[in-house]
Design a binder for this molecule. Structure first.
Ligand code: TSX
Ligand code: MN
Length: 627
C-alpha cells in the first residue's frame, strides 16, 4: 500500500526539501494495515509535505541530527569533550510540562476525578480537529513505532507516535525502543496506542522556520476510553515525548486498572546485601526529591551494592506465582540537569560522557555544556540557555532550572544486567517519599498493605518558596501521580487496595515504607545528610524484608529500634536522631484534619479502607498524647 503524499498547494517550494525524506513515502512492507490507515488519516488531516517512517537505526539518528545542526535546532558539542552530543535551546515560552493545558477526556467527568482537568471528548475532538488541520504543512511528518519495555516482553506495550519535530524523533530514539523491530511486533490483533504530536507551526505563505517551532496554544489531551493521545503546540519533554508521561503513566494507568496491574511514577533499584541476597525496590517521590539521584545511588556502607533499573516509571504486574514483577518501560533518562554533579550524582555525570542531547543548559567557550551544580568552579564565561553571553555577575541562571539531559539507560555505569529482562524483576519493597521539613520521620514501615496505600495516598511536599503559595503548606501529590493518573484518583486508590488483596491471596505482597530525607531542625538545617548515606535507610528497609531488623511501634508505623540503623561516622548527634523520628501528636492531629479535608474532595468514590486508616492513626495519636 502506498501512502499518497498530501501537499497543500500554498506550501512554499523550499519546504518541500524537508530534511532527508525517504524518496517515496511508502510505509515499510511490515507495517500493519491499521497503522498504515491511521498514519494516512493523520497525514490527510495535518497535511505534511512528506511522511517518513522511522527505522530507529544509527544512520537515521545521524541524518536527523546533522539536518538539525544545519537548520540551527541543535548545536554539536565539542567532540573532544562530549562526543556525539548536542545542545538544543527551546523557545523561552516552551520550557516545561504545562499541567493547566493537560486534559483527560473521559466520557464522564467523574472518571477523570477532581485532580484532573476534564474535557468532554465531544467538545475536545472538534477543537483538536481544527488545530491539527494543516498543522504540519511545509514540514515532514515522522512515524515513530516504539515499544515501552523490552521488545516482546509480556509486560511491554506498543505505541506509534507521529510528530512534525525531528528533535522529538531523536529524543524518542533515546527514550524508547524505537523503530522497525517495534513496528514488526504490531500485527492485526496487537493492541497499540496511537499518539499524535504537532508543534503547531506550519510553514505556510513563505514562513521561515525557527530553531524551536511551537505554538502559544497548547493542548496535551488524553482519551482514556479509546486510548489515544493528541498533543499540540509544545516540543518540550512530557508535552511532546508522548511515550513517557502521556502513554506510560496516564494511558497505561487506565490500561493497568482494566488489566490488573500498576503503571507507576517509580524508580526501580536492585540492591545486594553483604550476604549476597538480591532485593528489588520500587520508589515513588514527588518532583524535587532527587529521584534520579536515588536511582543511581553509590552506597556509603560497606558490602552493599546498588544498581539502577529505572529512574522514573515502573510497570508492575503479578506473575503466575503471585509475585509482583516490574519493568522500566523506558530506555533512557530525561533528567533535570541543574544540581547533577560529582557530589550529588557522580554516576549520572559519568553516564553523560557522550551520545547525549542537552536541552536548555549553558554552553561553555570550549564547546562543552555546563549547568548550576555541575562543578563548584563557575566558568568565567558561558552562553546561557537563551543564547546570551553570561558571567557569574549576570545575576541570572546560566542553565534553565528545568534544563534536561537525554541519554540511553544502557550507558549508565550502574545499570543492572537485568534492567532489560523481559520478565521484569520481583519487587520486595515499595517506598513512598516526600519533601517534608516537619512531621514525617526519616523512615517507617507500614503496618500492612492498606496502611501502605494510605501512606501513598498522603504523599506530599512542603512548599519551600513563597512564590508557590504559603511556605510550609502541603502540596499533595498522592503516589507522586497527581499530574499523571489517567483516571479518578480515588478509583486508583481502590485499584491499589484490590491489587494488595490479590497479591496476598496468591503470593507475597511487597512491604511498604515511607521515607523523608528532608526533615529539618527548628534552626532550619537538614537533620539527615542524605545522598549516599540514604543507603543506610535502604539497608534497614531490606533488613526488615530479610527478617533481621527489629521495629519499634509508633503511631505512624514501625521505626528502627535504637541502633537499628548504623550511624557510625555520620555526624548525626543523638538529639538530631531523636528529632528525625519525633512524632508530635498535636502537629500530626492537625495534619490529619487537612488529610481528611483532602479525602473529602473525592466524595463517595473514596475507598472506605482509607477512612479507616485515618481513623486508626488518629486513635493511635490520641493514645500517644495521653501517655
Ligand atoms: O537528591 C537528593 N537526595 C537523594 C539522594 C540520593 N537531594 C537533592 C534534592 C534536590 C533534587 C537531597 N537534598 C537529599 C537527598 O537525600 N538531601 C538533601 C538535603 C541536604 C542537602 C545538603 C546537605 C544535607 C542534606 N549537606 C550539605 O550540603 C553539606
Ligand atoms: Mn517523573
Amino acid at each position: 500500500m502506498t501512502l499518497t503524499p498530501t501537499r497543500s498547494s500554498s506550501a512554499p517550494a523550499k519546504a518541500l526539501a524537508a530534511p532527508h525524506p525517504r524518496e517515496d513515502n511508502s510505509p515499510p512492507a511490515s507495517a500493519d494495515a491499521r497503522v498504515v490507515a491511521w498514519v494516512e488519516s493523520i497525514a490527510a488531516l495535518t497535511k505534511p509535505d512528506s511522511v517518513v517512517w522511522c527505522d530507529g537505526s544509527a544512520g537515521e539518528y545521524d541524518r536527523l541530527t546533522r539536518a538539525m545542526v544545519d537548520s540551527g535546532t541543535l548545536i554539536r558539542l565539542n567532540p573532544e569533550h562530549r562526543p556525539y552530543s548536542f545542545l538544543a535551546r527551546s523557545d523561552p515560552s516552551d520550557v516545561a510540562r504545562v499541567e493547566a493545558r493537560t486534559f483527560i477526556c473521559s466520557e464522564h467527568e467523574d472518571d477523570a476525578g477532581p485532580t484532573n482537568n476534564w474535557r468532554d471528548p465531544a467538545e475536545m475532538r472538534p477543537v483538536l480537529a481544527k488545530l491539527f488541520d494543516g498543522s504540519m504543512r511545509g514540514r515532514t511528518m515522522y512515524v515513530i513505532p516504539f515499544s515501552m519495555g523490552p521488545l516482546g516482553s509480556p509486560l511491554a506495550k506498543l505505541g506509534v507516535q507521529v510528530t512534525d519535530s525531528p528533535y522529538v524523533v531523536a529524543s524518542m530514539g533515546i527514550m524508547t525502543r524505537m523503530g522497525t523491530a517495534a513496528l514488526e511486533l504490531i500485527t492485526a490483533d496487537t493492541e497499540w496506542v496511537p499518539a499524535v504530536h504537532s508543534v503547531g507551526a506550519p510553514l505556510v505563505d513563505g514562513a521561515v522556520d525557527v530553531p524551536w517551532p511551537c505554538n502559544e496554544t497548547k493542548y496535551i489531551s488524553h482519551f482514556p476510553e479509546t486510548r489515544e493521545i493528541w498533543s499540540f503546540g509544545s516540543a518540550y519533554g512530557g508535552n511532546a515525548l508522548l511515550a513517557k508521561k502521556s502513554f506510560a503513566l496516564r494511558i497505561a494507568s487506565v490500561i493497568a486498572r482494566d488489566e490488573g496491574w500498576l503503571a507507576e511514577h517509580m524508580l526501580i533499584l536492585k540492591v545486594t546485601n553483604p550476604r549476597g541476597r538480591v532485593f528489588h525496590v520500587a520508589a515513588a517521590f514527588p518532583s524535587a526529591c532527587g529521584k534520579t539521584n536515588l536511582a543511581m545511588l553509590t552506597p556509603s556502607i560497606p558490602g552493599w551494592t546498588v544498581e539502577t533499573i529505572g529512574d522514573d516509571i515502573a510497570w508492575l504486574k503479578p506473575d503466575a506465582d503471585g509475585r509482583l514483577r516490574a519493568i522500566n518501560p523506558e530506555a533512557g533518562f530525561f533528567g533535570v540537569a541543574p544540581g547533577t554533579g560529582p557530589s550529588t550524582n557522580a554516576t549520572a555525570v559519568d553516564t553523560l560522557w557522550g551520545n547525549a542531547i542537552f536541552t536548555n543548559v549553558a554552553l561553555r567557550d570550549d564547546g562543552d555544556v555546563w549547568w548550576e551544580g555541575l562543578t563548584d568552579k563557575i566558568p568565567e564565561h558561558l552562553v546561557d540557555w537563551q543564547g546570551n553571553d553570561w558571567t557569574a555577575s549576570s545575576g541570572s541562571l546560566a542553565a534553565h532550572p528545568n534544563s534536561r539531559f537525554t541519554v540511553a539507560a544502557a550507558q549508565c555505569p550502574s545499570i543492572s544486567s537485568d534492567w532489560d529482562d523481559p520478565h521484569g524483576v520481583v519487587i520486595d519493597a515499595i517506598i513512598f517519599g516526600g519533601r517534608r521539613a516537619s512531621n514525617v520521620p526519616l523512615v517507617v514501615e507500614a503496618r500492612d498493605w492498606e496502611h501502605g496505600v494510605y501512606i501513598g495516598a498522603t504523599v506530599s511536599s512542603e512548599r519551600t518558596a513563597a512564590a508557590e503559595g504559603t511556605v510550609g503548606e502541603l502540596r499533595r501529590d498522592p503516589f507522586a501521580m497527581m499530574p499523571f493518573c489517567g483516571y479518578n484518583m480515588a478509583d486508583y486508590w481502590s485499584h491499589w487496595l484490590e491489587m494488595g488483596a490479590k497479591l496476598r491471596a496468591t503470593g507475597t505482597a511487597p512491604r511498604i515504607f515511607q521515607v523523608n530525607w528532608f526533615r529539618k531542625s527548628n534552626d532550619g538545617s537538614f537533620l539527615w545528610p542524605g545522598f549516599a548515606e540514604n543507603s543506610r535507610v535502604l539497608a534497614w528497609i531490606l533488613d526488615r524484608v530479610d527478617g533481621r531488623a527489629a521495629g519499634a511501634d509508633t503511631p505512624l508505623g514501625w521505626k528502627p529500634v535504637a541502633d537499628g540503623i548504623d550511624t557510625e561516622g555520620l555526624g548525626v548527634t543523638a538529639s538530631q536522631w531523636e528529632q528525625l523520628f519525633a512524632v508530635d501528636p498535636e502537629a500530626w492531629l492537625a495534619e490529619l484534619e487537612s488529610t481528611e479535608e483532602f479525602f473529602a474532595g473525592f466524595g463517595d468514590r473514596l475507598p472506605e479502607a482509607l477512612t479507616a486508616q485515618l481513623a486508626d492513626i488518629r486513635r493511635r495519636l490520641k493514645l500517644a498524647r495521653e501517655n
